[in-house]
Design a protein around this ligand. Structure first.
Ligand SMILES: NC(=O)c1ccc[n+]([C@@H]2O[C@H](COP(=O)([O-])OP(=O)(O)OC[C@H]3O[C@@H](n4cnc5c(N)ncnc54)[C@H](O)[C@@H]3O)[C@@H](O)[C@H]2O)c1
Ligand SMILES: N[C@H](CO)Cc1c[nH]c[nH+]1
Ligand SMILES: [Zn+2]
Length: 440
């Protein structure tokens, strides 16, 4: 059997510390010190604005920032550049994403009467502006544009500003234009990396127009993008961010009946994203692990992005577990961005999972279907974020506010309680404001 780079782990032999070490994320292998590079870029853009953005774009991506207007002419040109089946597939995906997000858009709660005459509800409102980062360093991820801009549109966000790196020729893939059109955007900005995040954070004036500072930044990206979002959100008055959505992750849980070629294909589908991506195989059967790793070796050699996938596989794990309870323990400790369950009773196992960005149930639910067209957004937390955070939804583009209605009778009942509590806290002004309602 040919051996792959997967690190083999026998889960039952590990103590708590060993389990933690076994599930450690890879340290980012991207060149240079990511934190420092990003800090330098953010500081520079804060101080020098658009000129700094342009210089970093030229230095890192060999093209100045450019605004591409999504005009009827640009759409027609993009459509002509693609086979009709490509355009139809894009429309199919966009429709599914819109249907899912419309159906799951949160609605105001009903009023809840806690005391007679005191009624409250939660009302949902869209945020005013969203910066949308669409990855494009090694592949033009126009699917990420659909996965961000459509939920934002359904949520009712007024200003959506999409940025994506230029391709090698300094232009953009025609599908990016069509995706923008499907999502109803009027423009996309060609700029990527930390400099694009900085532009959305501080707001900048560029040759093609003005980018205003955005209230919240969304989107996946490589280590530089993820770090830039983190640093931007930590600035005083900085934007909110959706989540850490860095290099892709997939954990596949299989039993002895798994189809090796399917499990291997799924693992490689995420390994090919990035040298920093991480894939993990968890199984109750040593023989199945052997079959799948052999199959990974066969398939990886045929991939156009073999080098990236192989680099990622250096940090891959193959974990032998005693039973499916232990498999769930592994998943919940790791909190994968994607979890694929390919066991006899896959749906049953979902009940034991409480930390994963998206769960793909059964062998037909390929993670790739979710990446493109099932409906839910593929923008999901990585690096263990799934333990406390979900992926992008329409709610990510909205906020709630409570709305409180009080009748005169309601005030007569509740105001003495509030006044008493206020005086217990030593807050006399609060108490008097309540007293005035009680006596009205
Ligand atoms: N978690 C999710 O939901 C999700 C979804 C889709 C994609 N992804 C991940 O997004 C990532 C996309 O990465 P990508 O690289 O293809 O595109 P990207 O757009 O994220 O990054 C490209 C940019 O990185 C910057 N950059 C590259 N090298 C640099 C350096 N040495 N110094 C400073 N800046 C540098 C450049 O400015 C470039 O524009 C992958 O890791 C993929 O796995 C994650
Ligand atoms: N798997 C990625 C999320 O980690 C999303 C994606 C876009 N294109 C293909 N895949
Ligand atoms: Zn993917």
């Amino acid at each position: 059997m040919t051996e792959t780079a997967f690190k083999r782990i026998d889960w039952s032999s590990l103590d708590a510390a060993g389990k933690k070490t076994a599930l450690a994320r890879p340290t980012q292998r991207t060149a240079g010190d990511v934190t420092e590079v990003v800090r330098t870029i953010l500081n520079d853009v804060r101080e020098r604005g658009g000129a700094a953005v342009t210089e970093w774009c030229l230095k890192l991506d060999k093209a100045p920032p450019r605004r591409i207007a999504i005009t009827p002419g640009a759409i027609a040109e993009a459509r002509n550049a693609l086979p009709p089946a490509d355009t139809r597939a894009l429309r199919f995906a966009a429709d599914n994403i819109r249907v899912f997000h419309q159906a799951t858009r949160p609605e105001d709660t009903p009023y809840v009467e806690t005391t007679p005459g005191v009624r409250s509800k939660l009302a949902w409102r869209p945020i005013a502006s969203a910066g949308l980062y669409i990855p494009g360093g090694t592949a033009p991820l126009f699917s990420s544009l659909l996965m961000l801009a459509i939920p934002a549109e359904v949520a009712g966000v007024r200003e959506r500003i999409a940025v994506t790196p230029p391709n090698k020729e300094g232009g953009v893939h025609p599908a990016m234009i069509l995706a923008a059109a499907e999502a109803g955007l009027d423009a996309i900005w060609l700029m990527g990396g930390a400099q694009a995040i900085a532009a959305l954070t501080f707001g900048v004036e560029l040759e093609d127009g003005i980018i205003p500072p955005c209230d919240k930044l969304f989107g996946p990206g490589n280590a530089y993008v993820a770090e830039a979002k983190k640093q931007a959100s930590a600035l005083p008055g900085g934007p909110a961010v959706d989540m850490p959505a860095g290099p892709s992750e997939l954990m596949v849980i299989v039993d002895r009946d798994a189809a090796p070629e399917i499990a291997a294909a799924d693992l490689l589908s995420q390994a090919e994203h990035d040298a920093d991506a991480q894939v993990l195989l968890v199984s109750t059967s040593r023989a199945t692990i052997d079959y799948i790793l052999t199959e990974v070796e066969v398939q990886v050699a045929t991939l156009p992005r073999e080098a990236i996938a192989r680099a990622s596989l250096n940090e891959a794990r193959a974990i032998l577990v005693r039973d499916l309870d232990a498999a769930a323990e592994v998943a919940n400790l790791y909190g994968p961005e994607h979890l694929s369950i390919q066991v006899e009773e896959s749906e049953e196992l979902v009940e034991s999972i409480n930390a994963a960005g998206a769960v793909f149930v059964g062998r037909f639910a390929a993670e790739t279907l979710g990446d493109y067209a099932a409906g839910p957004s593929h923008v999901l937390p990585t690096d263990g974020g799934a333990k406390t955070l979900g992926g992008v939804t329409t709610a990510s583009f909205m906020t709630t506010m409570s709305v409180q209605l009080v009748t005169e009778d309601g005030a007569r009942q509740l105001a003495p309680i509030a006044a008493r509590l206020a005086r217990m806290e030593g807050l006399e002004a609060h108490a008097r404001a309540a007293d005035l309602r009680a006596d009205a």
